[in-house]
Design a protein around this ligand. Structure first.
Ligand SMILES: [Zn+2]
Length: 101
């Protein structure tokens, strides 16, 4: 790939981010190349990764999330289970009705 093409790709990514900012979008843009920085948007404003995790409600979509936890029994599951019911059979009672977060 030529350097020009790399620059075009970076410019496309920047335009995508700028238009998301204008739209007041919430989301994140991971770098396509190692010289780029990840960008985290909250209602169109650039925020740190930490603010994004705490306030966006989308932190479970980040690729480096390792696990989600049941609100009741503490069981860990893959992030795909986020906000789903746990349903773990409990000794001597009904299934756990916690949700993963
Ligand atoms: Zn549970």
């Amino acid at each position: 790939m030529t350097e020009d093409l790399f620059e075009q790709l970076s410019a496309t990514r920047l335009r995508t981010i700028e238009s998301a900012q204008r739209d007041g979008a919430t989301g994140f843009y991971l770098p396509d190349h190692r010289w780029e920085e990840p960008v985290y948007l909250l209602d169109g404003a650039k925020v740190t990764k930490e603010e994004f995790i705490l306030r966006s409600g989308l932190e479970h979509l980040l690729p480096d999330v390792s696990a989600v936890k049941c609100s009741r029994c503490g069981r860990e599951e893959s992030p795909a289970q986020w906000h789903k019911r746990c349903g773990m059979p409990q000794p001597g009672s009904v299934a756990c009705d916690g949700v993963f977060f």
